[in-house]
Design a protein around this ligand. Structure first.
Ligand code: B16
Ligand code: MG
Length: 219
C-alpha cells in the first residue's frame, strides 16, 4: 500500500534551473569557460561539486581540487543571493495543489533533493509545512543515482521503499528511485524520465488522481 510520497525539489516543486544556469554562467564567463543551456541540462539533479566537474571537463580545463571547491562556493553565493527573488508564487503549476491534497488525505511526505540550499528554497516558497521530513544534500554523502537520499526519506518517514512514490525530473533521480526499490513518477520528456513507472510532461498532469489511476491497487 502507498503511504508516502518523496519529492525532488528543483524541477518538481519549483524551477530553480534558470537561477542555477545564471549563476554557473556568471562563473563560467569570469573563468573564460564555455557554458550554455545544453551543458546546463546535464546538471539537472547533479550535486554542486559533480556539476562543476562536468563544466570543467566540458572545457578540458585543469583545476586543483581546492580551487575547484572555491569556484563552486563562488557560484553558490551568486545562486543563494538570487533565491531572494523567489516567492510563494514560484511553485511549478500543480505542485502546491498536489502537496495540499496529500496533506488533506493524510499521506506522509518527505523531500529528497540533492540541493544543500533546500531550506532557503522551501522558506522562500513557504513550503516547509507540506513536508514531514527534509532530506537534502546535507543528509547523505552519496548523491543520485545512488538511492541514499530516498532511502533516508523513507526511513525517517518509517516506511518501506515499496510504500512510497518518488517524484523526479532528473534521469539520475529516476535511476536512484528505482535502485532503492521505490515506485517512481517522472516529470518531463520521455527521453529523460521515460524509464519511470509513469511519467508526465509537467506537474500539472501529475495529480493525485492521475497517480492513483496509474498505480490502482497499490492505493
Ligand atoms: P545546490 P534537486 C539539484 O536539486 C539541482 O537539480 C541541481 O542542478 C543542483 O546542482 C543540485 O540540486 C545541488 O544544488 O548547489 O543548491 O546544493 O533537483 O535534486 O532538488
Ligand atoms: Mg530535480
Amino acid at each position: 500500500m502507498i503511504k508516502g510520497f518523496i519529492f525532488d525539489l528543483d524541477g518538481v516543486i519549483t524551477d530553480t534551473a534558470e537561477l542555477h544556469y545564471q549563476a554557473w554562467k556568471k562563473l563560467a564567463d569570469d573563468m573564460d569557460w564555455h557554458f550554455d543551456r545544453g551543458v546546463n541540462e546535464k546538471l539537472r539533479g547533479v550535486s554542486r561539486m559533480d556539476s562543476i566537474n562536468i563544466i570543467k571537463d566540458h572545457n578540458k580545463a585543469t583545476v586543483e581540487e581546492e580551487k575547484l571547491a572555491e569556484l563552486a562556493a563562488m557560484k553558490n553565493d551568486i545562486y543563494v543571493a538570487s533565491l531572494d527573488t523567489m516567492t510563494s508564487e514560484d511553485y511549478l503549476p500543480g505542485a502546491r495543489e498536489l502537496l495540499t491534497h496529500l496533506r488533506q488525505e493524510g499521506f506522509k511526505v518527505a523531500l529528497g533533493s540533492a540541493s544543500k540550499n533546500s531550506s532557503k528554497v522551501l522558506k522562500q516558497l513557504d513550503a516547509r509545512k507540506y513536508f514531514d521530513i527534509i532530506g537534502d544534500g546535507n543528509s547523505v554523502a552519496k548523491s543520485k543515482p545512488e538511492p541514499d537520499i530516498f532511502l533516508f526519506g523513507a526511513e525517517q518517514l518509517e516506511l518501506q521503499p515499496e510504500e512510497c512514490i518518488v517524484y523526479e525530473d532528473a534521469e539520475s533521480g529516476v535511476d536512484a528511485a528505482k535502485a532503492g526499490g521505490f515506485h517512481s513518477v517522472g516529470i518531463g520528456p520521455k527521453e529523460r524520465v521515460g524509464h519511470a513507472d509513469v511519467y508526465f510532461e509537467t506537474m500539472r498532469e501529475a495529480t493525485l488522481f492521475s497517480v492513483k489511476s496509474h498505480f490502482g491497487e497499490l492505493f
